[in-house]
Write a new protein. Structure first.
Length: 220
């Protein structure tokens, strides 16, 4: 029957949906890795005693945190090829948008993590003759990452959900592939219910893992 819930169409579409999920995970992992890397650099700049550097980093963070992600995706999708002078592909334009956008949020997370390390440990490192870079590399940043792991993972879950916005530039992520099947076979209920369940399960598992990690770190 046309109105009945068709599980067969879901099973038949699994390989095609999996292709879309691969893109979703790729965007998520690249966004996390690039965001944490540049976010950490931004955090160090914001904490720098050199006022102009701190001001530039702070302005960057405030600018991107005040912009809707979907607008940032549009900007990078159209501006990056224009700036470099040749097509770079939607995937890399969107990946760069995610990295630069997430860097602003990871910056604030890492800044809080760095400031959570007591000054006594910083002074102890200086007393041992460590330079500023060595102090950050061996004492401050390892503890900052440890303190901020649960929040970093929470932001990663948010990014995973936000990757669904790439439909605006036509990239075939998990949601777009489901939408194609839904409209092709007139099975909107089946496809969008499947999408909701998959997102819910992945995010729920991630949340459980974060809570378990928080308890483990609290007892360490």
């Amino acid at each position: 029957m046309e109105g009945s819930f068709d599980f067969a169409i879901i099973l038949k579409s699994v390989p095609y949906l999996a292709e879309g999920m691969v893109l979703t995970f790729q965007l998520t992992f690249l966004g996390i890795a690039g965001g944490i890397f540049f976010g950490t650099l931004l955090a160090l700049c914001r904490l720098s005693p050199f006022a102009p550097l701190s001001f530039v980093a702070g302005s960057y963070v405030n600018f991107f945190r005040s912009m809707p992600l979907i607008l940032v995706i549009f900007w990078f999708y159209f501006l990056v090829p224009f700036i470099v002078g040749h097509p770079v592909g939607g995937f890399w334009s969107v990946t760069l948008a995610f990295i630069m956008f997430e860097a602003a949020y990871y910056c604030e997370i890492m800044r809080a993590g760095i400031q959570s390390v007591t000054l006594g440990q910083v002074y102890a490192g200086q007393a041992l003759g460590l330079t500023y870079r060595q102090n950050m590399q061996y004492i401050v940043l390892p503890q900052a990452f440890r303190n901020m792991i649960p929040i970093l993972l929470t932001q990663a879950i948010v990014l995973f959900q936000d990757t669904s916005l790439v439909y605006v530039v036509g990239l075939g992520d998990f949601l777009v592939h489901a939408d194609i099947v839904a409209n092709r076979d007139n099975r909107l209920m089946e496809m969008f219910t499947t999408v909701a369940i998959v997102y819910f399960i992945i995010c729920l598992l991630g949340t459980f893992y974060i809570r378990r990690l928080q308890r483990k770190l609290a007892n360490a």
